[in-house]
Design a protein. Structure first.
Length: 373
């Protein structure tokens, strides 16, 4: 038995403090239902990180979806990909035939800058927000492999260029490497243009069993793991081993390897994050991620474009909605519906979402999804 994505939808991404979560969600849900050509679902699997209790129910009643099971997930940045993973499992098990997945986040209602760390964690007590955590990832990477700041800049330049082709992206302006490297330092070596922005958005997908529709996109694999204890016995940067474990499980289920994938949507909340993700996913050996981006391999027109949507750096990063935004991009690409950023001949797409922020473990959770094939 297989599960498929019937349809996807998203709102625009950006700082939209005057748009309510239900209004954002309504746009994504109605687009996804229309794209799927369905008018009812058996259940809803929703995700939000900072939303109030009942956020999903408030959004769903605005489009007339009531009376069905509604489950809400929170798994940091991997929140809506976790909902998607569980929706697929529900379809494969026969529990439901059709499930609506929803991700919604209005971050401008809670933050004006970096996410405030949890004060009960050691990082929170030290005031170490996620830009600092990823700066430490970069420092560890520098120690292990050396770190070319031009490679970091190239990730931002590439993803901003891709994002300029995405009409839903938060940031549509292209940047130069010089602009990236001379922008304000946030956490050495990460400058402002190497850090994602807070964002408001909603995303949705309809997942269901095989109905013989040629537009439906098969979910070839989906793997989810949470981080193990982070006790510094690992030589790799934070998050690397979690991403690697999940990717290995996904490749095994799909029966393919990373070289068989035509495009990737990965968690590039910070430029170093894309470099470590491409290595953990197996596109290149540890230490090779910088050369991979500098060579053009991961750019549109390259062998395996990474983040053709613009990624988190350009599209924006509304935590609870990010994973399904990546899924939507994968679906559009495999259908040939991505417009100017279309990866020609795309048949297989992979999505990786890394959720972090809890001290003591190697990430809250990570999801890797393989679409198509």
């Amino acid at each position: 038995m297989n599960a498929f994505v019937y349809g996807v939808g998203t709102s625009h991404f950006g700082r939209q403090p005057d748009v309510s979560p239900p209004a954002l969600a309504q746009r994504a849900i109605l687009e996804a239902l229309g794209d799927a050509d369905v008018d009812s679902v058996d259940a809803v699997y929703a995700g939000t990180v900072f939303g109030a209790p009942g956020t999903a129910q408030r959004a769903l009643q605005s489009v007339g979806i009531t009376g069905v099971p509604i489950l809400t997930f929170e798994n940091a940045c991997a929140t809506s990909t976790t909902a998607f993973h569980e929706a697929r499992q529900a379809v494969l098990s026969g529990r439901y035939e059709t499930v609506l997945c929803l991700g919604v986040e209005t971050m401008t209602a809670h933050f004006s800058g970096p996410i405030t760390p949890e004060e009960t964690d050691a990082e929170g007590r030290a005031g170490l927000a996620l830009p600092g955590v990823y700066a430490m990832v970069a420092s560890r990477y520098q120690y292990l492999h050396g770190l070319d700041v031009d490679a970091l800049a190239a990730v931002s330049v590439k993803n901003r260029r891709h994002g300029s082709l995405n009409p839903r992206a938060q940031h549509g302006k292209q940047v130069t490497a010089e602009e990236v490297l001379t922008s304000r330092m946030v956490a050495d070596p990460l400058t402002l243009l190497q850090c994602c922005d807070i964002s408001d958005a909603a995303t949705a997908a309809v997942v269901g069993a095989d109905r013989g529709n040629a537009r439906d996109v098969r979910i070839a694999a989906s793997a989810l793991r949470s981080g193990e204890l982070w006790d510094h016995r690992s030589r790799h940067p934070w998050g690397y081993e979690l991403m690697g474990r999940v990717a290995t499980a996904a490749w095994e289920e799909a029966g393919i390897g990373p070289s068989d994938v035509d495009l990737f949507e990965v968690h590039d909340a910070f430029t170093i994050g894309e470099i470590t993700a491409t290595e953990a996913l197996g596109l290149t050996e540890p230490g090779g991620g910088g050369d991979l981006v500098l060579s053009g391999h991961t750019s549109l027109g390259g062998r395996q474009p990474v983040n053709p949507s613009g990624g988190l750096l350009s599209r924006g990063h509304p935590l609870g909605a990010t994973g399904l935004a990546q899924i939507a991009e994968g679906v559009w690409q495999l259908r040939g519906e991505a417009g100017e950023r279309q990866v020609q001949g795309a048949r297989v797409a992979a999505v990786e979402t890394m959720g972090g922020g809890t001290a003591g473990i190697d990430g809250n959770g990570c999801v890797v999804v393989v679409l198509g094939g």
